[in-house]
Design a protein around this ligand. Structure first.
Ligand code: AMP
Length: 403
């Protein structure tokens, strides 16, 4: 069974082709700057049983829209030199990442006209993402008529969050009228790492209490009980929660109206500030990338140090809150760019959490991007670094929708 996973953004499309008989990656790639000058495709065909060595292929050309981009992806996948299949017909099914499934979609679904219409209507909740996801679906449909496609939703994993955790303390009618509630994001990543954690621990997922920290340029923390999300830090939008690369995370809502008044800001302008010019970037004035902050802090820059301290502090607050909600903790998981690659940040987050049974082993922690149990032998909570693999999870979920 060959599954093509497509993650279609507003100006880029990432893809991976898996052979799901043994879950091997056959090819992967990305198209960037769709509809913008300087568009390019970067494609890799993996080595392995069929092809002895991997091949990289790059091409720069104008790519005007998502239809043209999907066309190029299929051309790359079926190319005699760097392709991974002989014809597009060998691909059995396509799984699409769709960011927002609202309250409608708690499971992956086979795409039909009703599903497409629902994704379109949910664009109000995810104006940057859902329309782009839909463009990817429709482009595949045009190119390979009749191909089966599945939509896998980022929000779906969080459908098990109870209403006491997803409701905001504002008039109930806004929930009814606009669907204002916590939805949560990064669901595919939290689902994947919590399953892998159970496998690494050799224990049934059903009996585990875990906190999953997806710490990348976007960051979210999820409390997972028995394999189900019971609370998560992102909310109605991906702006809530911990301080992120450029996003503010939690703040007193009165700050929003205060700033709008004082600085004479429109809704778009304040949204731009909170989404793109805040977080550790806004605090430090240096960068949203922790590698830059690390270096600047080591050179004595106090604003870089402050930004990192605020980030670590907020993550620890969520860990404490979720350990209380779960009434215990078996596993603490670190994933995504920063979680997988920064021993320093992991160590700072875990420092002083020994009362919860969290104790890191400094030597085991000195790894990057590898599945590792980094807990000290006497740590009651197992602390795990697990590289996320959202695409493989989407491929799995795509097959689940078929069954
Ligand atoms: P992601 O969004 O998951 O790709 O994560 C991107 C973020 O991970 C970057 O902005 C960095 O802050 C962080 N990151 C990636 N690699 C490293 C590293 N080696 N050390 C520290 N931070 C890293």
């Amino acid at each position: 069974m060959k599954v093509l996973v497509i993650n279609s953004g507003s100006s880029s499309i990432k893809y991976r082709l898996f052979d799901m008989t043994d879950k091997t990656l056959m090819a992967r790639g990305i198209i960037e700057r769709i509809g913008i000058s300087g568009s390019k495709l970067t494609h890799y065909r993996e080595g392995g049983a069929e092809y002895r060595s991997g091949v990289e292929y790059r091409s720069e050309q104008e790519i005007s829209d998502h239809g043209a981009a999907i066309g190029l992806i299929f051309a790359a996948l079926t190319d005699a030199g760097h392709g991974a299949v002989k014809r597009a017909g060998e691909i059995d099914i396509i799984g699409h990442r769709v960011v927002h499934g609202g309250e409608i979609f708690s499971q992956p679904v086979l795409v039909d006209n009703i599903v497409k219409e629902n994704i379109r209507q949910l664009a109000g909740l995810a104006p940057l993402h859902n329309p782009a996801n839909l463009l990817g679906i429709e482009a595949c449909e045009r190119l390979i008529p009749g191909i089966r496609q599945v939509a896998v939703f980022d929000t779906a994993f969080h459908h098990t969050i109870p209403r006491r955790a997803y409701m905001y303390g504002i008039p109930y009618r806004y929930y009814e009228k606009y669907g204002i509630r916590k939805y949560g994001f990064h669901g595919t990543s939290h689902r994947y790492v919590s399953r892998r954690a159970a496998e690494m621990l050799g224990r049934p997922l059903k009996e585990l209490k875990m906190i999953s920290c997806h710490l990348g340029s976007g960051a979210s923390i999820t409390a997972v009980h028995g394999g189900c999300s019971v609370d998560t830090s992102m909310g109605f939008t991906p702006l809530e929660g911990v301080v992120m690369g450029t996003r503010s995370g939690d703040l007193d809502p009165a700050i929003v109206t205060f700033l709008m008044e004082k600085e004479n800001l429109s809704p778009e302008e304040i949204s731009g500030i909170l989404n793109h010019r805040s977080g550790v970037f806004g605090l430090s004035g240096i960068s949203s990338d922790f590698r830059d902050l690390d270096k600047a802090a080591a050179d004595g820059n106090d604003m870089a140090r402050l930004a990192m301290e605020v980030f670590v502090y907020r993550v620890r607050k969520y860990i404490g809150a979720y350990a209380a909600q779960l009434n215990g903790l078996d596993g603490l998981i670190f994933t995504a760019g920063l979680g997988e690659n920064s021993p320093g940040i992991r160590s700072e987050i875990c420092h002083g959490l020994d009362f919860l049974g969290i104790s890191i082993d400094p030597e085991k922690n000195a790894i990057r991007g590898r599945e590792t149990d980094i807990s000290a032998p006497d740590s009651r909570v197992r602390i795990l670094v697990i590289p996320t693999n959202e695409e493989l999870m989407i491929a799995d979920e795509t097959l689940r929708a078929l069954n």
